[in-house]
Design a protein around this ligand. Sequence first.
Ligand code: HEM
Length: 468
Amino acid sequence: MDTLLQLLLISLGTITFVAILRRSTRHAPYSPILPTVKISDPAIAQRLLFDHADAFSNRPTRAFPLDFSGGRYHGISTTPYGPVWRTLRRGLTADILHPTRLSLQEPLQREAVEGLVASLTLGEVVVRHSIRGALYMLMARLCFGDGVDARDVRAMERAQMVFLTTYAEVMAIEGSRLPRILHLRRYLRFDAAFNRLSKIVGTLIVARLHQVSCCDRGGGDGGILPYVDSLLDIQVPDDERVDARRMLTVTEMAPLVWEFIVAGAESVASSVEWALAHLVDQPEVQKKLHREINGAEGLVVREEQLRSMPYLRAVVLECLRMHPPVPFQNREVGAEGAALGGATVPAMASMTTTRFTLMASDIGRNSKAWTEPDEFRPERFLAGGEGEGVGPVPGPKEIKMIPFGAGRRYCPGAGMGMVLIGCVLCALVREFEWAPSGQSAGVDLTELDMFFKVMKKPLRARITPRRR
Ligand code: HEM
């Protein structure tokens, strides 16, 4: 009887202990094992990223709480700073993102926004899903060429949504190794979501390679060389043989292609949704923007066109300042570099690698750089405003905002990103008047920082067609 009681007490004690641990780790903030320094001051960010660029150009090679690939396969964003990174980045910027090639995307952009406008039913809309869908299709066509099947793209978009949801679940408990054991099921869901996504992307790459092997290369939409085709030309240093180079494998191409699609589709979709939310919230800004758009010819599909519409450009920049789609940007710095630049670092930083997290939202809302930084005021980017001359990517002299990062690892898709946000916003404001939903009081501008900064509650608005 005594033994039974003891067993019962031990079981009860264990259950209570595990329950308390589970509870206490459930909402632990993400705190990687490395010492971490948060940078919110634009002047310190400028010193780190430009004055000490050699030390501050490496990103963590582990973007996710699970290392899916044993550290071997990466997108450009997680490739260590060095020759492989340089080769991959040069490939992307020399081909599909080169300013002279961006104009080739014009027909695809037109098709994407026309499809988006046609997909919106009048009255109450929740616009996030339609915007994402249009952008996923556009990015997929840029990767796989015109043969890509809409059903495959939708499957990829759905798998990506599941991946982001499971990512948020895992990030909520990341912090030490203990939660992994206690919340194993979350990690397994996350792992399964990644595997599914990789399988879909891998299958599309193989299909494209098959097409390339039997037909001409570069036969994509309007003469665009699809990203997958351009990856065939890339030769990375071969780890196994000194001074030798080799082609990428399909497994290595998958994270590059996935990164390309997600970076474009998710960041642009989030920015457009934020912009529309502010336009619904501030009808006078929307009126002013509509006047400019209405007086201009056609859609914005090139950077020069965006420059010739200063108010549209100002709305886009103001949105990116307040709600940078990538809210944190990390750098990993060796023991010898951590003290450079004047940031306050923990004592152990002189003995180990330190993670520096650049807080893009704090930097864009710094009250020394911007007056009333929490106010949405596009006028600040017009001539005579405090943001006159501030562009999407800062130069080495001064940092005021970093929506596309800064320094050597800044976003290579910044030009394309700006044009795409301008293009989609221009079409949606030209075609529709955007008003608050009848079902909610005002616009809820609460942010949610997942992998991307999104509106916590998707924008719900009432749209009516504009009279022409
Ligand atoms: C609104 C649109 C976009 C935003 C806000 C955005 C933002 C960013 C940010 C903040 C970074 C990190 C920069 C740093 O650490 O300094 C980044 C990196 C990157 N982005 Fe974008 N991005 C956008 C669109 C795109 C597009 C369209 C592409 C490609 C088609 C792209 C491809 C990349 C790549 C490959 C990197 C890694 C660069 C490297 O490590 O060298 N992005 N992006």
